[in-house]
Design a protein around this ligand. Sequence first.
Ligand SMILES: C[S@@+](CC[C@H](N)C(=O)[O-])C[C@H]1O[C@@H](n2cnc3c(N)ncnc32)[C@H](O)[C@@H]1O
Length: 489
Amino acid sequence: MWRRYLMWFAHEHIDFRFQEIQSIIKLFDIPIRYVEKPCTNKPYWIVEVPSEEHVKLIASRSVLLKNCIELWSRAKTGARLHSNLKQALMNKSGKWIVGERSDKDSSELDICPGELISSCCSSDISYKVHVETFCNHFSMKEKVDKIEKFCYLPLNGSVNLKKPDITLAYIEFYGIDCNNVPEEPYDLFFGKWVADGQRDLIQAHSLKKRKFIGNTSMDAQLSLIMANQAQVSNGHIILDPFVGSGSLFIAAAHFGAYVWGSDIDYMMLHARTRPTRCGQKVRTKEENIRSNMKHYGSESKYLDVIVSDFSLPMWRSDLKFDAIVTDPPYGVREPTEKIGIERDNYSLSEEHLEHHVPSKVEYGLPQLYSDLLNFAARHLELHRRLICWYPVVRSDYSDEELPSHPCLELVANSEQVLSKLTARRLLTYEKIKDYTSDVHIDKSMVMPNFREKYFAMGEISRREKKERRAEEIAQTLRMKSQKNLLKRE
Ligand SMILES: C[S@@+](CC[C@H](N)C(=O)[O-])C[C@H]1O[C@@H](n2cnc3c(N)ncnc32)[C@H](O)[C@@H]1O
């Protein structure tokens, strides 16, 4: 018998929710049926999976999932919720009895198998009931009143609020607009708590508590989402070719991967850049990527980091990675550079060779992404993934501008809005074919340069603000002089 579950999500990074869960169910090969089509204006889904183990596996990885409840009743009114539960007590069929659908998406008339409830009723099973309200607040007394309405359930065990054998959950959903809360909830749920998602990891990995961070360190939640998108598993070897302070390592190593990285910035890899934390004057000795890994108990997963320019490949041609997870520079908070020189026919004399520090030139984003996709096509294992961020100007964005490669299929594309004008998209590519030498990136697909547009937009908005301010001042002066004129008259 397939079980029905309520999956409750954090109401943030909504565009990443479906893709994160899809990646996880594909990783564990979990069959899933959506009782209602997942949508973005509700923080919950109702799904069916073959067993509780499946839902626990999903919860063991997802950071966007708050918890999973084995659903016993769901309705649009309290009366219906209770009447469904009472009918369920008599449902001996061992299956959900699917009610007539009042509308296409509603499962509020469905009656759960009675055995789900009876299996929790024996006298040696202690329990507690947890009341949760989304977008509304109730006092303890009101919550207890709500709990007492379930007194007809034949729960014979004792109540144990500290360490119960089972937790029953009652949830009222009042919508997502906290400024416009209805009198009655839109949706009500009752069931047995099964598992929590990995939200605690966000705190545990928080940048605030991390020893070594840089200006562009990726926050813990997004790093974990990236590792899930990459379907990182125990023993995988992953690469971050723009590794910076190594934030993506922490998440990948947490899920069991060995991590390699490279970056052009010697100072960053040796933790000699200016401290990022407010008030800190100098970096301490312990500030480096290895210390971070040690702090999280993942030192054994740390392979190494290498100072290297990504535009000049250094890896053995037959080396393969299980995933490439990276956040390339966008040229806004850090330069996009590669080794090079603008002058033609430049040559270096023998005497300068030893101490020569090579100069750098602009590494345009079209070239960088083209290199990245080609690299992934060569160095990923077949059916493995490249996960990378891609900056966009929101008003100009269209899917057509995304970099593409015949060996890579774009399987997920989620937007994180950065400002009114800009966003970045988390792109997930899967390698679908072996690399052959005659594979080229289609130049017509290469995107326009984000950096130029970003700064051009900054210029425009600065100019607009200046003009608006000048207009406001002129207006105030006009009004003042009119008042003075009137006074004189
Ligand atoms: C957005 S940051 C990465 C931040 C990193 N994910 C972290 O959590 O700290 C981009 C990094 O790319 C590096 N970079 C820029 N140009 C490069 C190049 N040509 N080759 C390798 N790394 C480069 C920068 O030094 C910077 O550390």
